[in-house]
Design a binder for this molecule. Structure first.
Ligand code: A2P
Length: 344
């Protein structure tokens, strides 16, 4: 592969944006030029890429001229406004927000699971919700083998999912509490240090949080199975950047824990981490900074047949967001290389 590409990161000053830059560098993505965009709040800021300081540019309608691939991580509103403008310029957009995930014409991809869906893209590709991505990394090998009938999920979600400011606020609030000082919150809706609360996404008429229904719709789309049933309870816990998920999964075929361990040991991007003698199972500190999603404590549900319980933990900023988006961009390069080879 000799060709290099003009890249842009939209939301380059954010928690995910910063990881995108780091991952592109670490994985030797073939970058010819890099442009970094954020809001007017970041006017005058510099970000680092490949040892160089890059000035942050304020995002504008004409920002995408000459950009081959733009990775967006600046939220739904920015994506809805700017991704179509980028698309018109011929830029391929990989978007981390929820803006396009439910659109049937836009692929929603976890490369280890449904890389083939990239063939159908028309200029915009969506990367899934962080909790869904982490959960499905552990579930798709089991789905292929046993067929998932129903998932019951309880999540323990980190601050990073709400952005860099939420992570910063959690640190400051914890410090203030330890020093017995008062603290004025501006990002999270409730006391967060030494506390937890139901996920801060909109509460819908049916009593579900938007985050919980994202898990349902995105699971069906990525696993390409509209019959899968899912119910979830999503909770924010005072952890900086790794999500944990307790899963109870009922399968169509008889499922045993030995087979499940064997399948997950062979699966890409998953590590089984456990020491039963020490009662050691994956923790957020184990997953922090790790590309792999960690899984352990697979057991057969005593209450009903064909049902397994799993404990899954993954770095929200990596496989939950930035890493997955960069892996999608890598698929684009692979596709580009294959079509160039076919033409010669
Ligand atoms: P900024 O730092 O200038 O606010 P996080 O999820 O960590 O909060 O990061 C969100 C990212 O999206 C940041 O880089 C933020 O830039 C960027 N962003 C937010 N609103 C806009 C906007 N209207 N235009 C461009 N970038 C935006």
């Amino acid at each position: 592969m000799s060709e290099t590409f003009h890249l842009a990161v939209v939301g380059a000053t954010g928690a995910v944006g910063q990881e995108i830059l780091r991952i592109l560098e670490k994985r030797h993505f073939p970058v010819k030029t890099m442009r970094c965009f954020a809001s007017s709040r970041s006017q005058g800021r510099l970000v680092t890429f490949q040892g160089q300081s890059i000035p942050v540019e304020i995002l504008a309608p004409n920002s995408f001229k000459g950009v081959d691939i733009a990775i967006f991580s600046a939220g739904r509103k920015v994506a809805l406004e700017y991704a179509p403008l980028a698309q018109k310029e011929g830029t391929i957009v990989v978007d981390n927000s929820s803006a396009f995930r439910k659109d049937p014409h836009i692929p929603l991809i976890i490369p280890e699971i449904n890389a083939h869906a990239i063939k159908k893209h028309e200029g915009i590709i969506a990367s899934p919700n962080c909790t869904t991505a982490i959960m499905l990394m552990a579930l798709h090998p089991l789905h292929r083998h046993f067929g998932i009938k129903r998932i019951v999920a309880a999540t323990y979600q980190a601050a990073s999912g709400a952005g860099a400011q939420a992570m910063h606020e959690l640190t400051l609030e914890t410090k203030a509490l330890l020093e017995d000082k008062s603290f004025d919150r501006s990002v999270m809706p409730h006391p967060y240090a030494f506390n937890l609360f139901l996920h801060n996404s909109p509460l819908l008429e049916n009593g579900y949080l938007e985050e919980e229904l994202k898990m349902l719709y995105e699971t069906r789309k990525i696993l390409e199975d509209e019959t899968i049933r899912l119910t979830a309870t999503c909770v924010r816990v005072p952890i900086l950047r790794a999500h944990s998920i307790a899963l109870n999964v009922e399968f169509h075929a008889p499922a045993c824990k030995e087979q499940a361990y064997a399948l997950l040991r062979q699966a890409q991007g998953i590590t089984i981490l456990e020491n039963r003698k020490e009662n050691y199972f994956p923790m957020p500190i184990d997953a922090t900074g790790q590309d792999h999603v960690l899984c352990g404590r697979i057991r057969e549900d005593l209450s009903q047949p064909n049902t397994l319980e799993l404990w899954v933990v993954g770095d929200q900023l990596l496989k939950g967001a930035a890493l997955n988006a960069v892996q999608i961009a890598e698929l684009l390069i692979k596709k580009h290389d294959e079509s160039s080879t076919a033409q010669h």
